[in-house]
Ligand binder design. Structure first.
Ligand code: GLY
Length: 586
């Protein structure tokens, strides 16, 4: 299935050299190093250095930003198997600049997973298992990543399948070293696995392999020969290998053995959606982002717009002043309240995107925000809740021609459903948990959930993923960003972009800067801490005085961001130190 080996001294040195060579420059932040790079020849920022390097190899072979993003994503399937991969789904936003085949165009690919035909609005309410949408066969939605990546490659890329899949296959076969993020994620599950013999029997890929029975350590070598075989089949036979062939057989067998209902028809019937991006004018910039079922596209645009209307002061580095942090948090609360009130799969529900981005409405919201106090949570919208999830992975790419890709992918919780595909070494998603799983039932906060987002056959669950491209007023790309981290995807992406757009920060400064997070409910502001360093007492006092309940947490999102100077084409990229990302140049 897979092997974990203790790394020898030599392989450790080789791996460290590799990281140093891949990251043009590394600066220390209290929480760890920030990978950053400057180039004119294209940059790839990903949340694993080996995946960023896989994409950069495509740029060096003459490929464009799409080739690089696809190669990076397949590589992430191997090296970030806890967060994303061929068992999951995602969104890709592509902006092509004067492309020979497509001209100047922006397109959004929705390859989010769909609910299997056998799951309906009442399914989880009728199951006697509160974890059914989170772990095990019933949690698995129909994966979209392979269809999405191959559509992107075949329509907008320039290289062939074998070339873009080659680095991922090499990583799966030759192995890669577990890093701090992998070890931390693996250990977060160890106690449960140790206590639960059934989990150990049901999920051998994760327990026996990817987490080494809870003992995995940094620099242990992980090989995934099964996933290498799956990737080779995809390289040879395309999407059919996954949705109809040998891999489909193994997916259905693995899900069914764990009580799931995903069928061959679900897999064979999967189709990506090619959609218009959300496009929102922001003073001298245009924000391009993902439409529903992403909630992040609209929410990031709303937060950026409210920040502008409220004329926030955003420093290049360090904490915001309490007055600005308060206004930013209030903007976040309005965006998250709208998310809960209106957002779901727009193929099944009428989602009023234009209304949420209407200038008069945003102006009204901005004027309603009190500078010195919070309001009762009910003043922001109808009370509904959003799920907690923490996996996901974001890739930002800009190539030498000014083409850009923002791509965010996920298998949802750490290692997804935990169901490994027999013989093929990858985990299937638990994206069913991004649906509202039980209508009308009060959650842990005593709140009633929305039913717009209940599962239905073929429906895609609401997502926070927020791949974003910013253009200047001549239509030139100036920034690409996105993040992982559940609901914190939205707020960390918006804050990194605010640092660049309003604070003139470099990519590394924007990614590094400490963050806040407010998702309206729970009605508390989260303030980031790292390595024993707490937030400024002045900030906390200023927020408490305005009526905020304060909470601290580490790692508010993990952002990959690339800036571009439209005059010179110079690129400046950074990957988040919170997750040990990397940036590589073409
Ligand atoms: N599963 C994370 C998201 O889609 O927001």
């Amino acid at each position: 299935m897979m092997r974990v080996e203790r790394a020898g001294r030599w392989s450790l040195i080789v791996s460290m050299l590799g990281v140093l060579m891949l990251s043009a420059c590394v600066s220390m932040r209290a929480g760890g190093p920030t990978a950053r790079a400057q180039a004119h020849t294209g940059l790839v920022a990903a949340d694993h250095p080996l995946a960023a390097e896989a994409g950069a190899q495509m740029l060096r072979q003459g490929g464009n930003a799409v080739d690089a993003a696809v190669a990076t994503s397949f590589a992430l399937s191997v090296v970030r198997s806890d967060a994303c991969g061929i068992g999951g789904g995602g969104f890709m936003l592509i902006h092509l600049n004067d492309d020979p085949r497509h001209g100047t165009t922006t397109v959004a690919l929705n390859y989010r997973e769909t609910s299997p035909a056998g799951v309906g609005p009442q399914t989880y309410a009728e199951l006697d298992d509160p974890e059914a949408s989170k772990r095990g066969g019933m949690a698995v939605a129909v994966p979209g990543t392979v269809a999405g990546l191959l559509h992107a490659l075949e329509t907008y890329g320039t290289l062939d399948r074998a070339t873009v899949l080659e680095p991922a296959i090499a990583l799966a076969e030759g192995g890669f070293d577990a890093d701090a993020h992998h070890v931390r994620t693996a250990r977060s599950l160890s106690d449960r696995f140790r206590r639960d013999a059934r989990w150990r029997e049901r999920f051998p890929l994760v327990w026996g392999g990817l987490t080494a029975q809870g003992t995995i350590e940094i620099s242990e070598r992980i090989t995934l020969p099964g996933q290498a075989r799956a990737l080779r089949l995809i390289a040879e036979h395309g999407a059919d290998a996954f949705y109809r062939g040998e891999i489909a057989e193994a997916i259905v067998a693995s899900v069914t053995a764990d009580g799931g209902v995903l069928t061959h028809q679900d897999l064979a019937g999967y189709a990506i959606r090619v959609v218009e991006p959300v496009s929102y004018e922001l003073e001298s910039h245009r924000v391009l982002s993902m439409p529903p079922p992403s909630s992040g596209g609209v929410a990031v645009a709303q937060i950026l717009s409210l920040a502008e209307r409220l004329d926030l002061t955003i420093p290049v580095t360090g904490w915001l002043e309490a007055a600005d942090a308060h206004l930013l948090a209030e903007s976040m609360k309005h965006a998250f309240a709208d998310r809960s009130r209106h957002m779901a799969d727009s193929a099944f529900t009428d989602v009023p995107v234009d209304q949420m981005l209407d200038d008069a409405e945003l102006e009204r919201v901005a004027r309603s925000i009190e500078p010195n106090t919070v309001r009762d949570a009910s003043a922001y919208g109808v009370i509904r809740v959003l799920p907690e999830d923490g996996g996901t992975s974001h890739i930002s790419v800009i190539d030498a021609r000014g083409n850009a890709v923002a791509c965010t992918e996920t298998i949802n919780l750490a290692f997804g459903s935990l169901v490994g595909v027999r013989g093929f070494g990858f985990c299937l998603n638990d994206q069913m948990d991004d649906f509202t799983t039980i209508a009308g039932e009060a959650n842990a906060f005593g709140l009633i959930q929305s039913d717009d987002n209940l599962p239905e056959p073929g429906k895609r669950p609401l997502s926070s993923m927020s791949p974003t491209i910013i253009l200047d007023d001549h239509g030139e790309v100036v920034a690409v960003a996105g993040a992982s981290g559940g609901p914190r995807i939205i707020t960390s992406t918006a804050q990194a972009l605010l640092r660049v757009l309003r604070g003139a920060a470099t990519a590394a400064e924007a990614v590094d800067a400490p963050r806040i997070h407010h998702q309206w409910l729970p009605d508390a502001i989260f303030i980031e801490t790292w390595d024993g360093v707490g937030p400024s007492t002045r900030l906390e006092a200023g927020l408490a005085k305005r009526g905020h309940a304060l909470r601290e947490r580490t790692d508010i999102g993990a952002v990959q961001l690339i800036r571009r100077d439209p005059q010179t084409g110079a690129l400046d990229g950074a990957a988040d130190p919170r997750k040990g990302g990397g940036v590589s140049g073409g």
